[in-house]
Design a protein around this ligand. Structure first.
Ligand code: HEC
Length: 120
């Protein structure tokens, strides 16, 4: 099972590395692959992995009021270093070892689009 997941991850990595022309589409792929199972494909926090046993609900990125309180730096940091880095839930994993800085920047822009907001 884990081998299948690994293979899928490698295949996706190759596909993502294939060219930066379709940057926006790539970011959607990264989001759907790594984030959507918790945050939901639309970013509404209703991913398929989320059960009532989750101590903390994944952030709803479409909530403008919540998301505009976060600076771009906060969002980049929590993506790279995980929830505990800003005293939030460890259910939000750190992605700094998995994603490149460019991918994190892409996700930041993607999240800003979903909330239709700017950071403070
Ligand atoms: C295993 C489930 C899970 C996955 C996968 C996940 N997250 Fe999260 N995320 C959470 C939870 C839960 C929180 C809420 C933490 C809290 O409020 O204490 C969170 C919070 C966040 C926040 C902080 C919002 C705020 O309140 O400042 C950002 C940004 C974020 N996630 C981005 C991402 C991105 C980008 C990915 C994919 C690379 C991702 N998350 C993958 C569960 C997850």
């Amino acid at each position: 099972m884990s081998r299948i997941v690994m293979t899928a991850a490698v295949a996706l990595g190759l596909a993502l590395g294939a060219g930066s022309a379709a940057q926006a589409a790539d970011t959607k792929q990264v989001f759907d692959f790594y984030c959507a199972q918790c945050h939901g494909e639309k970013g509404d926090g209703k991913g398929i992995n989320v059960t009532k046993d989750f101590a903390t609900d994944p952030r709803n990125f479409t909530n403008k009021e919540d998301m505009e309180k976060r600076s771009d730096e906060d969002i980049r940091g929590v993506i790279k270093d995980g929830g505990p880095s800003i005293s939030k839930s460890p259910l939000m994993p750190p992605w700094g070892a998995t994603l490149t800085a460019a991918e994190v920047d892409g996700l930041l822009a993607y999240i800003r689009k979903m909330c239709n907001c700017k950071g403070k």
